[in-house]
Write a protein that binds this ligand. Structure first.
Ligand code: ADP
Length: 592
């Protein structure tokens, strides 16, 4: 909300020592000196600790410097007042009844001789007006000393002084109220800051538990709850309440809360519901239902704050007060509305998070279903395919087959073998992608794995006259994992390197240990890949767009299998490739 003055500035302006309050009190004290004819006048106020602190002093600079900020106690004052003569609002204690040293507090004892007269003012005479509020509680004092002319005030002077005492009483009431208000604003502001910090969290339970103390204290509330509205017919939403409170709202009350919140959010206002107030925007009937409910939970009044974000109202915050607590103020309502904005955003965040979480769960379920589907289909294809291959083998043994038939049978067998490869890859892909089928790890010497795969691929390398170089340390290189799966990783990478390297090229496999990791590297100086191809590597069935690569047989499943196996071994795959220059695949695995 746009404001010209921040709440902190308001609080500072309202503080007791603020200039408006101080000026008023100072003017009254000066009136006493100038109009009523006293050398010194001082106004003190009762502090929270019961001390009386002098806050406005009129008179000589010397007197001001001496008296401003001095403190006394209420008990001492009452002691003196008990001995005083009653002069209307003023109390007079002649010097022969005052305590030694009392003048230090309520007057100033100058070095002067009383005049020689029966009504002469004595330096130790005490003239003071105790200032009370409407309930009779002591708020402060107006004290004066050093009458001009050196005499005790006559009737006319006393009347003027009484008038000043009355004004001083009212001014002190106003000043104290302003101070209380400033304190209240400060506390509510502190609560708002805590809610804002807590709102970064995603669960409303946490937001409520982390901010309830500050909010309850800051708003002098008895309790609080947050009601987030349901989404749809029959959904009454959720109530998050402060400790030790269980709030159950009848559907009628939920409806009233929703309607009121929506309207209050639109008007950007907090609503006070208390027995002795108007209930804008509630109807009398609605207010009656709410007040009945409040009585049932021993609460006298509540501050109802709509929560929302943008145009959308998402819930409400309720702060409660018990009987005897002060009325809700405008300043509290304004700060509470700011809290409504913070909490509104928090509700939106929590909902987005919940939705995302739900989506992730659904996607995971879908992925698991896809894995199962692939595995089932692959299994179902495997049996008839084995039968086809078996029959092809029988037919192949038939004597005197014509050449064309033999050629057809050979083509059928090649096709069937390709299908076997695809099916085996699909089965393996679904196995290594299944979270219910974790890796059974043990130390695996990768040198042996490399030996095996070099043996396996060696023949095709030879056929293409590829120089296959192997660089492994003399000692064993242990990784942790499943030996068959790691065999597949190294095998797939090496066979790709040979497959995608033209005749007469060079392929190097190497092993190294560094920083607790085992690194398997397969480097070739073959056809390489474009950056775009590299980005898509590891996606199921992805094959390069490069026609030279497409000319090689392949399923596009090899690297998807590699990626999944590496991931489930807590390793990582790094690919560096340049079209026409070659590729380097590096597998980093935790060392045993
Ligand atoms: P495929 O069965 O097609 O080889 P892969 O998943 O193993 O499937 O590889 C996916 C694609 O990545 C290949 O089609 C090929 O285009 C590209 N590729 C993989 N390894 C290399 C390599 N060493 N050099 C160049 N291209 C490669």
């Amino acid at each position: 909300m746009a404001r010209d003055v921040t709440p902190e500035q308001t609080a500072a302006r309202l503080r007791w020592s603020d200039s408006a309050s101080r000026d008023t009190l100072q003017l009254i004290a000066e009136g006493v000196t100038q109009v009523a004819g006293f050398g010194i006048a001082a106004i003190s106020v009762v502090r929270q600790d019961g001390g009386l602190e002098s806050v406005a002093v009129a008179g000589s600079d010397e007197a001001r410097a001496e008296l401003e900020g001095t403190r006394s106690t209420e008990a001492r004052l009452l002691e003196e007042l008990a001995k005083a003569d009653d002069w209307g609002l003023l109390r007079f204690v002649p010097h022969d009844r005052t305590d030694e040293g009392v003048g230090d507090t309520w007057g100033w004892v100058p070095d002067y001789e009383p005049i020689d007269a029966p009504d002469a003012w004595h330096p130790l005479d005490l003239l003071i007006a105790p200032l009370y509020d409407d309930d009779g509680a002591l708020l402060g004092t107006l004290a004066m000393d050093l009458p001009v002319g050196g005499r005790r005030p006559d009737e006319a002077q006393r009347a003027v002084l009484n008038a000043y005492a009355e004004q001083a009483g009212r001014a002190v009431v106003v000043a104290l109220e302003r101070e209380a208000l400033a304190e209240q604003v400060r506390m509510a502001e502190a609560a708002r800051r805590i809610v804002r910090r807590a709102s970064a969290q995603l669960s409303l339970d946490r937001i409520v538990s982390d901010s309830q103390d500050a909010v309850i204290e800051g708003f002098r509330a008895a309790g609080m709850w947050i009601h987030t509205f349901g989404r749809g017919e029959g959904d009454i939403g959720h109530i998050y309440s402060s400790d030790g409170q269980e709030i159950r709202l009848e559907p009628t009350l939920v409806r009233i809360a929703e309607q009121t919140a929506v309207q209050a959010w639109r008007q950007q206002q907090a609503v006070v519901i208390a027995p002795d107030r108007g209930f804008e925007p509630l109807t009398d009937q609605q207010a009656g239902a709410v007040l009945d409910f409040l009585r049932s939970i021993d609460v006298e009044s509540l501050l109802f704050i709509p929560l929302g974000a943008g145009p959308e109202c998402l819930g409400n915050l309720v702060l409660t007060r018990l009987a005897g607590a002060p009325a809700w103020t405008e300043a509290e309502a304004t700060t509470a509305l700011d809290i409504g904005h913070d909490l509104g955003r928090a509700i939106l965040n929590a909902r987005t998070f919940e939705r995302e979480h739900q989506l992730v769960v659904e996607l995971q379920e879908l992925d698991a279903y896809k894995g199962q589907l692939i595995a089932t289909v692959a299994h179902e294809l495997k049996n008839p395919l084995s039968s086809v291959l078996g029959h092809l083998e029988i037919l192949d043994g038939t004597p005197d087959l014509p050449g064309r038939t033999k050629g057809s049978l050979a083509a059928m067998e090649r096709g069937a073998q390709r299908m076997v490869k695809v099916i085996d890859d699909l089965l393996l892909l679904s196995k290594v992608g299944d979270p219910d089928n974790p890796v059974i790890s043990r130390p695996v010497d990768l040198r042996r794995v490399v030996d095996d795969v070099v043996d396996l691929v060696g023949l095709s390398a030879q056929q293409k006259r590829i120089d296959l170089r192997v660089e492994v340390p003399d000692e064993p290189v242990f990784a942790v994992g499943d030996p068959d799966e790691l065999d597949r990783v190294c095998g797939n990478l090496l066979s790709n390197a040979v497959k995608y390297t033209p005749e007469g090229g060079v392929v190097t496999v190497s092993l190294a240990v560094a920083d607790g990791e085992v690194v398997f590297t397969c480097h070739d100086m073959g056809i390489g890949m474009s950056a775009d191809d590299v980005r898509h590597l590891g996606t199921e069935f992805f094959r390069s767009s490069n026609p030279i690569a497409l000319a090689q047989p392949g399923t596009g499943l090899g690297l998807a299998i590699v990626r999944r196996i590496v991931a489930r071994h807590d390793g990582r795959l790094e690919i560096d490739s340049e079209l026409g220059r070659g590729s380097t695949f590096q597998v980093h695995l935790p060392a045993a």
